[in-house]
Structures are given as structure tokens and as C-alpha cells.
Ligand binder design. Sequence first.
Ligand code: ATP
Ligand code: MG
Length: 384
Amino acid sequence: MEKVIIIRYSEIHLKGKNRGYFERVFGINMEKSLKGIMHEIHRQSGRYLIEEFDAKDEEAILERLSKIFGIHSYSVGLKVPTDMGEIFKAAEAVCSESGTFKVVTHRADKNFALNSMQISAEIGGRLLSVNRNIKVDVHDPQFIINIDLRENGTTLVFNKFIKGAGGMPVGTSGKGLLLISGGIDSPVAGHMIAKRGMNIECLHFHSYPYTNLQAKDKVIELASLLSGYACGIKLNIISVTHIQEEIHKKCNGEYMVTLLRRFMMRIAEKVALKCGAQCLITGESLGQVASQTIEGMTSSNAVVSKLPVLRPLCGFDKDEIIERSRAMGAYEISIRPYEDCCTVFLPRHPIIRPTLAAVEEEEAKLDVDSLINEALKTVETYNL
Ligand code: ATP
Ligand code: MG
């Protein structure tokens, strides 16, 4: 009797002829995620088995599996040869000490002498005969003993389905560049898009020394967290200090955030094209703050010409975003109180509904191209 973890994948099923490709990427992602932990992964029709791991690593494996997109559900179970005596021993091992239960059997191995109903009845009966504290309840049982007879002469026995992260395997939907701040929203946006199967690279802008080094560490920490979901992330960090100083010096202060946003988007598009990303991703949510009105988005969108900008949070309320942030484990990091570059030189009354003409007029006071080229030279990268 061997302890195994059974992994069932989700939407991959739907992908018809791409199925083989999706399964391959999924397998690679699992290997990446479990790197450093002793184990073997084997594929059986429609599922993966993790075997030959050390009992002390079980928790760590489950924690990593909880972040892998494409997993529909997983179970810790026992693998035994398909033999009623062995199956019973495994069922006894996963059976609770007391309570109501039922046995559910799936039989992929159609050659086995008993059918599913007969196996369930036989195993259930034997369990009852050795434990007086359990009772059958087929309608509303407190626990279920699942018996899964595979085609290859082995049977899996388990008592729980753990819900997986869902989504599609990262790497099956291309690559996007996430503009990540230290705030709550952008890590959530990255998480949502990674869940749709996209590889993520990150870009963060800082205004050191106006913003401090803790602000940078916070972003590294957020990107590392996201990396656990996105199967590895490269983080680019670029300084916009000089750009902000120039805007402050030469332009109407009310346009600080609006103009800075346009610089960010232009730089982001260049970084994206260079690293092979096919879109930009932001954490903007409609109407959330002054720069996120539709006019603000029009203004920042106008400078991106080659790539689409994905704004997965656009229709969410802040509390919905916070809920997702907590669920992915980012919230406690995001709320640490370090300044973001957007709060540097912030005017008392930022422009809320900028017209494109007015923005362009302010921007004309700056040497946009050379400021961008200079900023691009400040890039630092981290592989997380
Ligand atoms: P967040 O919670 O993600 O910081 P926010 O509610 O503070 O978002 P804004 O500051 O208006 O909103 O930023 C909107 C989006 O612009 C962010 O979600 C992010 O994608 C991008 N962005 C803002 N600041 C930065 C930054 N310093 N570096 C990279 N991207 C940024
Ligand atoms: Mg922010």
C-alpha cells in the first residue's frame, strides 16, 4: 500500500486536439512547482499521480499544488493492487473512526470480476463488520470512501477531494507584461490572467530616492508570491525619478499622474515587445481613483499602439479585489505602508477627466523620447 497524491485536471479536457500539448505544459509546470522536493510524477489516463515522496513533504507538496492552474481537484490516497483484500485494507486505512459514510466505486478496469455496485457493497459491508461506530448513509454521509479501479491493475482509495486552483496551465495562453505596483490591485490582476494560462513578466516603476528601498522589497515579495502561481517570473524594475522631476519642473502639476501614466505605458510597451509579451496587464478598475476614469484610461491607452491592454479588474469593486488579494495571499504584503511613485509630487487636485488635447499640450513641454530612453537604461532584473 503506497501513499499517492491524485491530481485531476480541469478545462484541459475541453481543448480537443490541443489536449496533448496542454497536458505536456501542465506536466512541466508541476515539475517546476515541485522542484526541490523528492517525488515521481506519473500520468494515468485523465490524471496525474505523485508518488514516492517523503511523508514529511506531504504538506509542502499540497501547498504547492494549491497554486497550480489547470488542477481541478486533488486527493491524498492509497495505491494498491486491484484485489479485494488489498482494497479493503486501504479502505480501512482511510475510514474515519466514527460517523456515517458511503462507498463510491469507479471502475475503469471493466475486466474485474465485480462491478462498481458490488465492490461498494462488499467493501462497505466489511468495514461495518470491523467498526461498530460507523453507519451507512447513502444520501447524506459524513464521509465518502472513493475506490477507483484503474486500467493498469492498480486501485486508488481516498476519502477527500480538495478543490484545485482551476484555470488553464500557465504557458498555454501566450505571455503578458504586468505593470505591478506595490498596491493591492495589480498582483490580483496578474493572478487572474495567469489563471487563464498566460505567462507573466512583471514591470515595476520606482522613484528612488523619493520612494524608499522597502517599497522595492515589497514589490519583489509580491512578484515572488505571484511567481508561485505563474511558474516563475522575471521582474523588471525601472526608475521614473527623472521623468517625474521633469514633469514637476515643466508641466502643470495637475497632470502629474496622467502624464506619468503615459510614460509608464510607453515604456511598458517597449519592454513588452522586447521580451516577447503580447499584451500589457494593469490593475485598473473603472472609477476607482482619479486616474482611472474612462478619460484617464483613454489618455494612457492612446500611447500604446501595438499591443492590447488587459484590465481584468475593470468591473470589480474594491472589496471584491481585496477578497481575491487575501485568497492569493498577497493582501498582508500589499497593505504595508510604503510610498508608490504615483504619490510623489502628487498635486492637491489631480485632473480627473483629462482631455487628450490638454494632456498632449502639457506633454509637448517634455522631451518624451529621450526621457524614455534614459529610463530604459535604468532597468534592473530579478528572476523569481
Ligand atoms: P494598485 O493597487 O495596483 O497599486 P491602484 O489602485 O493604486 O492600483 P493606480 O495607482 O492608479 O491604482 O495604478 C493603476 C495601475 O497602474 C496599477 O494597477 C498598475 O498596473 C499600474 N501602476 C501603478 N503604479 C505603478 C508602478 N509604480 N509600477 C508599475 N505599474 C504601476
Ligand atoms: Mg497603487
